[in-house]
Design a protein around this ligand. Structure first.
Ligand code: CUA
Length: 155
């Protein structure tokens, strides 16, 4: 059987791309430790306000340069909706939703996660550059969706 030169080339390029992409995926997950936003546990969505740590949402310093933000999302607000940390801080977001699916997106950063009732979402990010970052819900969650937001102030 004769395979046309162009066909061989396309097959070769296709095979190389496939191997290259799988290799990049393997490298990212193993060597670089890049994963999807962590599934940080489950919670009864009707008991969020009584369940630690969500009974006391807010920003807490856990070590030098490290903060934890415990956040509750509900239609149509985030608690807390203003987060202040010094530049260079490593911030661990621990968040959940009480009612419907919300999103947490912080403009200009990689923070882009879903907040699902019954699930705890954990996401870590280091804020290097001082400034004000818009925080918003990016999953349509009802009439007030567009008003659901806040800010991260990096000082
Ligand atoms: Cu919450 Cu859209």
């Amino acid at each position: 059987m004769k395979i046309h030169t162009y066909e061989k080339t396309f097959l070769g390029v296709g095979a190389l791309l496939t191997v290259g992409c799988l290799g990049a995926l393997l490298y990212a997950t193993t060597a670089r430790g890049i994963h999807l936003p962590g599934h940080g546990g489950t919670i009864d969505p009707r008991q969020v306000d009584q369940t630690p740590p969500f009974d006391q949402p807010g920003v807490r310093q856990i070590a030098t340069g490290e903060y934890e933000v415990v956040m509750v999302a509900r239609a149509w607000s985030f608690t807390p909706n203003e987060i202040r940390v010094p530049a260079g801080s490593r911030v661990m977001f621990v968040a959940t939703a009480t009612d419907v699916i919300h999103g947490l997106l912080v403009g200009g950063t990689r923070i882009n996660v879903m907040l699902i009732p019954g699930q705890i979402t954990r996401y870590e990010y280091t804020f290097e550059t001082p400034g004000e970052y818009l925080l918003m819900c990016h999953e349509y969650c009802g009439l007030g969706h567009h008003t659901m937001g806040g800010k991260v102030v990096v000082e």
